[in-house]
Structure formats: C-alpha cells, structure tokens
Design a protein around this ligand. Structure first.
Ligand SMILES: Nc1ncnc2c1ncn2[C@@H]1O[C@H](COP(=O)(O)OP(=O)(O)O)[C@@H](O)[C@H]1O
Ligand SMILES: [Mg+2]
Length: 312
C-alpha cells in the first residue's frame, strides 16, 4: 500500500484530462435521452458465494459514464470477484445488473463485451509476437478484396492512439513484446476504445509500472473519462487513486463500506474503510443516494452519511 500523506484529498489534475464533456461520444442507444441521468451501469443487491465464502454481499453500485470509479479494498475484499461479475466471468448468486437502464444477464464475457464492457487484465491478452496494429485488430481485421487492408488498419490504429494522446510509441509496426508495461496497457486500452467500449475496467493497471509508465497509464485513464467512457480501476496505490479517481467505492469483506465522490475521502479515511469497514473521517456532503437502499437496514456499517450504493 502506498499512501499519499502530502496532499490528502487533493486530486492533481491528470494532464490532458478535460472536464467531463456532456457527450464527447454520442451514445448509439435509442433511449440515450432517457438515460442521461441514469448511470451507465447499475448494480443492485449483488451477492456471490464460493462454497462457504461469501465473496460479495448486497453490493449496490452505480457506474456513471465519463467518470473514473476507483474500486479499493484489502486483499480478499471482493474487488476481483466484483469486476469478474461485471465482465461476465462469474454469474452472481443474487441481485440485478442494469445496463443503460435495462436489466441484463451477463452470461459470458462475450455478452459483456457485446454491451461495450471491456476488461484490461493485468496479464493483458496481447500477443507479443504481433505488432501493435495486428494486436489491435486481432479477430476484427479489416479486409479489402479478401486481403487485409493494412493501410486502413494502420490509420485507424494511429488515429485511436493519437486520440488517446499516446505519443510514446515509436512505431505502430513494432511488436508488442518490445513495448514497456505502460505502452502495452495503452495498446490494450486503444483496442477497447476502437471496439467502442463504453466501460473500461482495469485491475491494478499500474502495479508493475515505474513512475513514467504509471504516468502514461493515469493519463490514459483520464483520456477515457474525457471521452465519456466509464472507467472502473482497481488499485492499491492511493497516490494513483487520488490522481485519477472521480469516485471511490471501498469494499470490506465483500461488502461496500463506502461509495462517493473522491473529494470526500482522504487517505486516512480510505485506509480506515479498507481495514475496518468504517471511518469517521469522511468529509463533505453526502451525495443524493439511491432511495431503494437507504431504507434497507440490512447492514448499515456507517453512521456518518456514507452510503452503500449511490445514484447520482
Ligand atoms: N475462484 C474462487 N474460488 C473460491 N474462492 C474464491 C475464488 N475467487 C475469490 N475467492 C474468495 O473470495 C473472496 C474475495 O476474493 P477476491 O475477489 O479475489 O478479492 P480481492 O480481489 O479484493 O483481493 C476471498 O475470500 C477469496 O478467497
Ligand atoms: Mg484481486
């Protein structure tokens, strides 16, 4: 765990991060207008057991478009189980998932991907022996007269990387195996963007990276949000979280200990919540929380205006 004692709750702007534009990427959904106030993804009452282990219990979480939600928690808190549930890898035992206001059943990773949910895993499903363009188009190659349309693919790859302000890659014909960790992440994220992902999930994206590479990835996360893409990022690094997160969701022993705007949390509050599930240090006004859960009485861990579940 890395803590940031210097600046507490202050969140330095990530370079290149624009304020959230209302509609940087127009939604192709036919009911986009009616979902403007709705979160992109809404999770209600999700529970998941592995045998006797209750990995997730009663999770309510809203993931808005154009914002970075950091998912934090100690080892075993349920972070990976939660994102695997959102990615269609695990099916929840209880609860409901709504995508753009419609209830969905994410039976498989494919079902999640088809909705526009892209997960960038730590081990990054990229092929080292293929170059950047080949990786970005693997499985979705552009053809022209039964041949690969290399020029169009190169242009699209270049444009996407440029749009994301990824400038550190020397040649898009470079094999991915020769890239640094940060650059590999950039390729994986660019691939998701090219496939019109609406939600990008990243599990510990900076865990293995040095300072410069971490900066590349944090910038990239900001770029995604400024394109109105929702981002869920799991991180143990509180510096990274404070730099990039708009919202925080803290898991403790499979339950959501707190969720809210990042400005309400300082590092000590995060550490308290991660280790004990509660904190008396949460600042600011509680946001308008979703009414369905506020009356639930089931497991109120907080007496300080922190909410397990948020609608905004
Ligand atoms: N495939 C699995 N089989 C059995 N137990 C699991 C499995 N995956 C996770 N768990 C258990 O669920 C709990 C949450 O794990 P996980 O989601 O990996 O936590 P985190 O990612 O926050 O470290 C832990 O107690 C873990 O041991
Ligand atoms: Mg994990």
């Amino acid at each position: 765990m890395t803590t940031d004692s210097a600046d507490g709750g202050a969140r330095p702007a990530v370079a290149g991060r624009a304020p959230y534009p209302a509609a940087a990427t127009p939604s192709p959904s036919p009911d986009a207008s009616s979902t403007e106030q709705e979160p992109l993804l809404r999770i209600r009452g999700i529970g998941k057991n592995f045998g006797p282990v209750q990995a997730l219990a009663d999770i309510d979480l809203d993931i808005p478009a154009g914002e970075v939600t950091a998912l934090v928690g100690d080892n075993g808190a349920g972070k990976t189980t939660l994102i695997k549930t959102i990615s269609g890898i695990w099916q929840p035992d209880r609860g409901e998932i709504f995508w753009m206001s419609r209830q969905v059943h994410l039976h498989s990773p494919r079902a999640a991907a088809d909705l526009g949910i892209a997960t960038v895993y730590q081990d990054l499903a990229l092929c080292d022996n293929l170059d950047i363009v080949e990786n970005m188009f693997l499985g979705t190659e552009i053809l022209r007269r039964l041949q690969l349309d290399e020029i169009r693919m190169e242009l699209a790859a270049k444009r996407t990387l440029a749009d994301l302000s990824v400038t550190s890659v020397r040649s898009i014909r470079q094999p991915v195996g020769s890239l640094s960790g940060g650059q590999r992440q950039a390729v994986a994220v660019a691939k998701a963007v090219m496939r019109q992902a609406k939600l990008v999930i990243m599990d510990e994206p900076t865990a293995a990276l040095g300072v410069t590479q971490t900066h590349i990835v944090l910038d990239l996360i900001g770029q995604l949000a400024s394109r109105n893409i929702a981002v869920i990022v799991i991180s143990h690094n509180l510096n990274d979280i404070m730099a990039v997160a708009d919202r925080l969701a803290v898991l403790h022993l499979g339950r959501l200990a707190a969720v809210g705007p990042a400005s309400r949390f300082d590092t000590q509050a995060i550490v308290d919540l991660m280790t004990t599930g509660t904190s008396s240090r949460l600042g600011g006004e509680p946001t308008a929380e979703e009414p369905a859960r506020s009356a639930n009485g089931g497991h109120d861990r907080q007496s300080d205006g922190t909410h397990a579940g948020e609608g905004q």
